[in-house]
Design a protein around this ligand. Sequence first.
Ligand SMILES: [Zn+2]
Length: 264
Amino acid sequence: MKKIILSLFIVLMFAGCALNLVTGRKQLSLVNESELRLMAVSQYKTFLSENEVLSGSNYDAAMVSRIGSRIANAISKYYTGLGKQSVIEGYSWEFKTVEDKAVNAWCMPGGKVVVYTGLLPITQNETALAIVMGHEIAHAIAKHGNERMSQAMVQQMGGMALEVALSQKPAETQNLFLLSYGIGSQVGAMLPWSRQQEIEADQYGLIFAALAGYNPQEAIPFWQRMSAAGGANQPEFLSTHPSDATRMRKLKEFMPEAMKHYKP
Ligand SMILES: [Zn+2]
């Protein structure tokens, strides 16, 4: 049985790999992105109905929405200019802020972005929040959630198609989706992103913030504050976003490229 699962996994790995247009990396991509976007719309509605969403006139919510629109417009222009419109095809952006002490933020496929108020004491300013939102948006458009969802579909559902899984095991499938996109506020309820996904999200997140007119250099003090907020009472955002010497080194390595895109 183990052998069968292993060979199935290997077959799917090769059959289901796609070249990612953002990162240029081959990724496992068994799930149709448009199906994921559909699922995202319903999960997003459910999430908003179960959480305390700040009104658009709230100072912080207005900031989240301003940053989000600036990044969305900037990357739309950027990828159109590169002839890679398909990267953001089918995106219908929305930016919400929820009252929740969890240190978290996420972006679903299709551009549904949520920031938790627990993140704001650490970001402290608009530029740092743009760094985080750029990072989360980069996870989405680099299809990291799809990659995780695809891995989970192989490991836990034997490579079942999403549509089939949703009709046969709706609760488990929805749970996999939430886990794959880092949605939730319970410690331990989120899958960590892989190191490679984190590095990619940092790399492209810096560029997206810069393209939107935010100084990417704010990423360094922000991740230092994030690291200091850890310790005994480690926020889950940090536990899923390992902050270490490697991250700092990589951020500094990516900075010159990001600065090329920065026009204050
Ligand atoms: Zn991340």
